[in-house]
Design a protein around this ligand. Sequence first.
Ligand code: SF4
Ligand code: SF4
Length: 406
Amino acid sequence: MNREKMTRDLDNVDEEKFIEDLKEIILDAAKRCRNCNYCFTICPLFHSTRGFMSQTPSGIMQSINYALRWNLLKREDQEILRDLLYLCTTCNGCVLRCKSKATGLPVLDAIEAGRKLLREMMIGPLPQQRKPLKDIYLYGNPYGEKPETRVDWLKGLNVKMIPPESAEVLFYVGCTTAYEPNLHPIGKSLVRLFQYLHINFGILKEEVCCGEPARRMGDEGLFREMMTRNLDQFKSVGIKTIVTISPHCFNTFLNEYSSIQEEIKIQHYTQFLAEAFKRRTPLFKREISSVITYHDPCYLGKHNQIFSTPRELLKMIPGVKLVEMKMTKEESLCCGGGGGRMFAEVEEERRLSDMRIAQALEAGANIVATACPWCYKMLQTSIQDANLGNKIVVKDVAEILSEELN
Ligand code: SF4
Ligand code: SF4
């Protein structure tokens, strides 16, 4: 069963059926797993944890499977199961690997179904994830920030507010860029790029969270509430194209909101810029001598196969040298921030973002570029914690393009 079907079923608010469907997803996938181990080494947990069998894609899936089959969900060891399920970064690597080498199991759907079950039973999410969920419900963002300050970063930028104004393109900023001061340069870079390209764009005056963190943390009810709020807004302003900064918002609108894809074109900003640059070739002010490596955000790359577009954008800048890290594209290493992990510390031997920075340095890069606010934050924290700022910096693709535009 796919997510859309689950969403339709929820329309009928048939809780019993919802729970039975979740169990069916888990039991069916686990039954078909061959335990061939092909998915183990692609999983970021293989690299960041002690490598116990339970901390692997099929290990996590089988843990919830046996907890269901042996009726262990009500026992005191349910917290161990919860901590295991919420270790997953939802990077999708195992799904791709199983598809190419084994039977093509919906491993991630099974893990996420397990989270939803735990949430239904009040076992999940992780304790630190409860506040962000409450904050999404109360304030429309997972950071507990005031809704009225969401557009403060736009002061002086002359951007249309929808409503009362209207525009062809809705620039959906997302919670992290809107509220994190050190990410405001990414938002401002995109505003500059859109203005350079003469795009008729605007930003929702009352933008709210797309609901992705709620779904990843297993709170389907809250996800659906945010989906309804957003769909009502999108329909009421009559927008035809939505461009997002975050690959998480992009994936949510494109693949998880039912019914808008036929009416509204959903694009990540890298796709939008690539198309717009075909109509107006950008002029850059100088040759740069930077060595850049591109870190694939999981929800752009492994979830949506957008690998070449961001790299092509970077290659447009004269003089740029683009190098690849040893784990790249379909095999790229997750930064560790997806799947609700931005909101909780998990037990790991090594931080994924630290490993990623080490890989970027090994590739000879002095800039690690990415196209996701969460990847940006994770990588930047690793650079700062290791005092590596004199060797490497993290930049968003939009920032690099905007800085180099003439
Ligand atoms: S690759 Fe697929 S079939 Fe093999 S162990 Fe992993 S989930 Fe199971
Ligand atoms: S989605 Fe990623 S982190 Fe989660 S089990 Fe699969 S490979 Fe591991």
